[in-house]
Design a protein around this ligand. Structure first.
Ligand SMILES: [Zn+2]
Length: 276
């Protein structure tokens, strides 16, 4: 029987700190890792301006973490306070990224660290964050919506990203389904490849199923998710590269819930009116 050991995921602690490095602002961790001459000095932040900036970044991570507490999955925007929001005039500036998470504090901390890395291109999320943070401005997080399950949160994330695209905002989101101006169609707008990121427990909750299947060899056998580790990601099962015993063809198939029968079919992302 299939059995996957998810292993222990390292926990990220919110310990964002920033140092100056080549005329820029880098996260301390990044400076220690990438620059030898920095590695000693980077452990301490002598620059009072940067110490103060680090505290402001931490405060933002804590603030949004508290707001997300006990709300299950939340859909959030990151806003750029250095630019005016031309379309909807939000005081924290235009949205630059839309995401979803069940652990927003940890996620927000990771975003801030990404920004402190600053090695990425200007249009990608890390580059956009870096451009803001280089000016010692703290990117602002906003909770847009909440969702009861992982899959419903992917639906809401897609809806929010498309709403912003429709307005004309330039999001750093890279998934094609987030970069479209077309009206989202609920579950149908979430591509199957996104489902591999669900855990076994998520899949049970969201009625996503797995099959060992080969049409050529006439094999069609459901996998009982209850026998798997709840915290294992479906993608980890895929990485085992199970092959059909008959023809060595692809074997593991993910099956989406039937939209018309789905337990969460009445779920709708929140209205945009309440967002500002
Ligand atoms: Zn086969």
């Amino acid at each position: 029987m299939v059995y996957v050991d998810a292993g222990r995921q390292p926990r990220r602690r919110p310990d964002v700190a920033f140092v100056r490095h080549k005329n820029s602002v880098c996260s301390r961790a990044h400076a220690i890792r990438t620059c030898k001459s920095m590695s000693k000095g980077a452990r301490y932040i002598r620059d009072p301006q940067l110490r103060e900036f680090t505290l402001r970044v931490k405060a933002e991570v804590e603030r949004i973490g508290k707001l997300a507490q006990g709300r299950g999955y939340v859909i959030y925007a990151i806003r750029d306070p250095t630019l005016p929001d031309r379309y909807r005039h939000h005081p924290d500036g235009p949205p630059i990224y839309v995401g979803q998470s069940r652990q927003l504090r940890i996620r927000a901390d990771a975003h801030m660290k990404d920004g402190g890395r600053g090695t990425h291109g200007g249009r990608l999320k890390a580059g956009r964050l870096h451009r803001i943070m280089k000016q010692l401005v703290v990117p602002k997080f906003q909770i847009l919506d909440e969702a009861p399950t992982h899959l419903t949160s992917l639906i809401a994330e897609t809806a929010w990203a498309r709403r912003y695209c429709w307005y004309g905002y330039e999001l750093a989101n890279q998934w094609g389904e987030h970069r479209s101006k077309e009206a989202p169609r609920g579950l149908d707008s979430v591509p199957t490849r996104r489902l591999w990121n669900l855990t076994v427990a998520d899949a049970i909750e969201d009625e996503v199923s797995l099959f060992l299947q080969c049409k050529g060899c006439g094999i069609h056998s459901p996998i009982d998710l209850e026998t798997l580790k709840p915290e294992a990601r479906l993608g980890q099962l895929r990485s085992l590269e199970m092959k059909c015993p008959g023809c060595s063809g692809p074997f593991l198939q993910i099956v989406r819930p039937d939209v018309t029968l789905w337990k969460w079919r009445s779920y709708l992302p929140g209205s945009m009116k309440a967002e500002c």
